[in-house]
Design a protein around this ligand. Structure first.
Ligand SMILES: Cc1cc2nc3c(=O)[nH]c(=O)nc-3n(C[C@H](O)[C@H](O)[C@H](O)COP(=O)(O)OP(=O)(O)OC[C@H]3O[C@@H](n4cnc5c(N)ncnc54)[C@H](O)[C@@H]3O)c2cc1C
Length: 526
């Protein structure tokens, strides 16, 4: 039976970075508001979460942050919300290992360019020209977009109007851009590595976007919260509750309630209904629209937009607790990556891993490495539908499928860390089904909708229902954080406007009702 409990000003569905930041911003701007976050998992953070097994710490999703260096935009905004993180430098940003070569991506552009010139001596001039243009793109963009990461249309127009470099490359794909400057295929692979952060090949992303993403870690640094990525989630959640917000865990929202195309509350799995004036969904946009609200409530145009969006890529990962100190290895290693070929195969539904991304969080934060042990995460992209959806319909078969591919990834990783398979104390495996179960993102998508899919904004056709996080702006912790701020500011302004309206209207209404009451008293026969 359904039960209606407390009413709130705002309910946020999901405690990913977008949801947590929206909640925290609301409580900071409007402490008088009552904000509730409902999270289906037992801990906050979504893809910025982390977990421990037998003393080993693992990040569940994100493994590095950009824009978090001293005085950089994400760090400033976090501090502005009262969240102070100790951030550790990830340097090198990544080490790219190929059977015949190793390229160190230093978190310093000059050192990195020198490294590239040393490893690709025949292409020295090409490298110079490529980076000259990237520098200009970065400079022109940052001179307009200063305090956030999700530029408005007006800002984009300003950039295009004021920057000849931006105009020249605005419509060019990153593939065409690289082809224009670089002739060596392996160097092209190295330079397009960060298209993988968006889960698309280099011909599906604009040169300017990829150029900026490329710049971030190498030119502005790459950082890791002390204590693991979960520290960021925990600090956001703690600051939110300290400022008067409320979070309930293990509460899965199954419906968003509406009345005359206006959101009025949510319903949980057990039938409990909770009312609110505004609802923010940090959950998967397709589920929000088709499952939680119901397609009948939306105009066809919006439904088509949402339905046409492809989900981004998912992945297969192995979490290893190693009874061995891996000190000396870089924390971020990519083995044998040929980004375009790799991602195109995955997007076509193929999975035959020959490459792996290795993360060793204990080599960034040595305090996570207890008694000479190490945590290792092996990441690979993987299609959701692979092997009859990973044989998830049959428990035994699912387990076998997981172990088969885990062994493959471990064997590939042994090209970089010999003897890796000999020291394993903990071994956990995630398939796209695992990512889907823990995040409720359809198809276990790692980065929200695909980067080359149509974007929808924070507003929806349902009044007082908003979206936030990767749903609106695509992948990346910092941009999902700023999307939370953006959605919250919008609602805080509306809250102020409705209060102002009430202040103006209240004397008028009370005067009219006083007159009406008096007239009634005068004319009511006794
Ligand atoms: C393996 C991996 C590596 C990544 N690496 C990086 C990186 O290095 N750097 C980077 O910047 N980004 C990285 N990303 C991307 C980044 O982590 C995400 O873009 C970002 O964390 C998504 O945040 P979000 O606010 O959209 O919410 P999500 O993280 O998707 O969280 C949504 C939350 O809502 C909850 N929820 C959903 N539906 C419901 C419901 N019906 N009821 C209640 N709760 C619900 C979920 O449980 C979850 O907690 C990575 C992602 C993955 C998966």
């Amino acid at each position: 039976m359904s039960e209606t409990v407390n009413t709130y000003d705002v309910i946020i569905v999901g405690s990913g970075v977008g949801g947590l930041t929206a909640g925290l911003t609301l409580q900071k701007l409007k402490p008088e508001m009552k904000t509730l976050i409902l999270e289906q998992h037992y801990a906050p953070g979504g893809y910025i979460s982390g977990f421990k097994r037998k003393g080993y710490y693992f990040d569940s999703g994100a493994e590095g942050l950009v824009f978090t260096g001293e005085n950089q935009v994400f760090k400033r905004a976090l501090n502005g919300l009262g969240v102070n993180l100790q951030l550790l430098n990830i340097d090198p940003v990544e080490v790219l290992r190929y059977p015949d070569k190793e390229i160190i991506m230093h978190a310093d552009p000059e050192k990195y360019i020198a490294e590239l010139k040393e490893k690709f001596p025949e292409n020295k001039n090409e490298i110079e020209s490529f980076f000259d243009v990237l520098r200009k793109i970065n400079h022109d963009y940052n001179s307009i977009v200063k305090s956030h990461l999700n530029p408005s249309f007006k800002e984009l127009m300003k950039i295009v109007l004021t920057s000849p470099t931006m105009r020249k490359y605005a419509m060019m794909s990153f593939k065409a851009f690289i082809d224009k400057f670089i002739t060596n295929q392996q160097l092209k692979d190295v330079l397009s590595i960060y298209c993988l952060w968006l889960g698309v090949p280099s011909d599906s992303i604009k040169a300017v976007s990829a150029g900026l993403i490329f710049f971030y870690p190498v030119f502005s640094g790459h950082y890791y919260p002390k204590g693991g990525m979960f520290t960021l989630a925990k600090k956001l959640a703690d600051s939110f509750t300290e400022k008067g917000g409320e979070i309930l865990y293990k509460k899965r929202v199954t419906r968003i309630l509406t009345k005359r195309r206006k959101a009025i509350g949510v319903e949980l799995e057990d039938g409990t209904q909770i009312k609110a004036k505004w609802i923010i969904s940090n959950a998967d946009a397709k589920r929000t629209v088709f499952e939680y609200v119901g397609m009948k409530k939306f105009p066809d145009r919006y439904l088509v937009k949402i339905a046409k969006r492809n989900q981004s890529v998912s992945g297969f990962s192995v979490f290893l607790g190693l009874n061995k100190d891996l000190k000396g290895y870089p924390s971020h290693i990519a083995y044998n990556l040929q980004p375009d070929k790799y991602i195109k195969d995955i997007l076509q539904g193929k999975y035959d891993p020959k490459e792996v991304m290795i993360r060793i969080p204990t080599n960034i934060d040595r305090d996570l490495a207890k008694n000479g042990k190490s945590s290792v995460i092996l990441l690979s992209f993987a299609p959701y539908e692979w092997e009859n959806k990973w044989n998830g319909h049959d428990e035994e078969l699912y387990e076998k499928t997981k172990q088969k591919y885990a062994d493959k990834l471990i064997a590939i990783a042994e090209n970089v860390i010999p003897g890796l398979s000999k020291n394993i104390e903990v071994k956990l495996v995630s398939t796209p089904l695992t990512y889907e179960r823990y995040s409720l993102n359809s198809q276990g998508a790692w980065y929200g909708p695909r980067a080359d899919s149509h974007r929808v904004g924070k507003r929806t056709p349902i009044r007082r229902l908003f979206l936030t996080g990767a749903n609106t702006v695509g992948a990346g912790v910092p941009s999902n954080f700023f999307s939370g701020i953006d959605t919250a500011k919008h609602i805080a302004n509306r809250f102020s406007a409705s209060k102002r309206a009430l202040r103006v209207l209240f004397p008028v209404i009370s005067h009219l009702s006083f007159r009406a009451r008096n007239r009634k008293a005068i004319f009511t026969p006794s």
